[in-house]
Design a binder for this molecule. Sequence first.
Ligand code: SAH
Length: 473
Amino acid sequence: MKEYKKDDLLTVSITDMDAEGQGIGKDDGYTIFVKDALVGDEVKVKIMKAKKNFAFARLEEVVTPSPYRVAPVCEHHRRCGGCQVQCLSYRAQLDFKQNKVRNNLIRIGGLEAEKVDACMEPIIGMEEPFHYRNKAQFPVGTDKEGNPVAGFYAQRTHAIIPNTDCVLGVSENKEILELILSYMKETGIPAYDETSGKGVVRHILIRKGFASGELMVCLVINRDSFKGEDELAKRLMKIPGMASVTVSINKERTNVIMGTQIRLLAGKPTITDTLGGISFEISPLSFYQVNPVQTVKLYGKAVEYAGLTGKESVWDLYCGIGTISLFMAGNAGKVYGVEIIPEAIEDARRNAERNGFANTEFFVGKAEEVLPEFYENAAAQGKEDMLHPDVIVVDPPRKGCDEACLDTMLKMQPERIVYVSCDSATLARDLKVLCGGGYELKKVCCVDMFGHTMHVETVCLLVPPLRQKCLFQ
Ligand code: SAH
């Protein structure tokens, strides 16, 4: 093979993209990663770092643009890590994501291409792929002239690029940020400085309930309080929709954004929002899905795949604040949720109560411990109906399900397994185990929750083979 070294100039065709949205091209079998190059581009690149089998290269020139290239909407998109593929047409983004999931199911999952194609529904994209996020956290700093600024960190750094009007966020962000920044300037409240650990305002968290219209602002500060905080809160409360102004105290020298303590300045401590007719109470620290419009579609698909008739027993593993559990509860006999974070389970219980779902039960713990324990107890007590739930839903983090969890799911032999995944590689790995254990993939649907990034959500339906179904009837 040819020798490659730093500063080599090459022309390559970009045939794929990686998880960070970098273009991938090949030169004589040698793999080259190019940031800002898109699938379909022919590009001139300069090698920055050459390894034995691959290199990272800088985009010098787009020789022939990809037919899917579009003009970027945001001038900052190359420096900001937020929108990795803003220059790829939204349709091409969706096709790329669908294809990525398909390939992973075949390559990693070991499924037949014909089978996957027969199961896959068309990807559900967004009608409006901008302004879809209901939450934003802006770091605050000081520019060269000494003025407070808010924006985002330039990719892989902690340098703040001022931008109060991110195209993924709500339009209210700009007014809120500008009000806070001009108040800081007027009264001399300094922004926090990471290097010295001095200054006051570190981050500004803004959340909006898309259904309720309620707005929440939380200022993360480096001390217990600051002079003029009440006046600032009063001014913020004049913004239409503003319902909650709080501060979060974070005096640690850390990258963690939020402190653990929250203090109310004006309005109420939480805002509410509804998702699919279910109401949720959200504090500055609560987990809450950031794209509510697509969340309803994703979890709606999960409910459809669960095929509920009103009497089923359902497990919702990795349940977070119980969003899926509550989406299912209205049409199920009993829903059990399992989640590792105790605060999320507190939210889940509270949300179940406020929506009047008495048929839910939540457990704090690891899915791979809670489920086997429950199964063994039911077996020891001869509770046949509890051994075999009708539906098991899983929505694990990127690393997928633990093997002990998958093993127990196979033992429990539910009529349906609904797998919601944010990483199709681990999804495919886990499907291999479930299909190896006799389950059959019936349906797959991708939902785009994070337009202009490489992330995609996938929901799958698996059913047990007929033979085992008969065995338990
Ligand atoms: N469906 C949820 C979100 C799921 S995200 C919602 O809408 O709220 C994945 C969740 O799995 C996270 O809340 C995370 O805290 C939890 N988690 C991670 N590892 C876990 C484990 N081993 N057992 C149970 N839950 C886990």
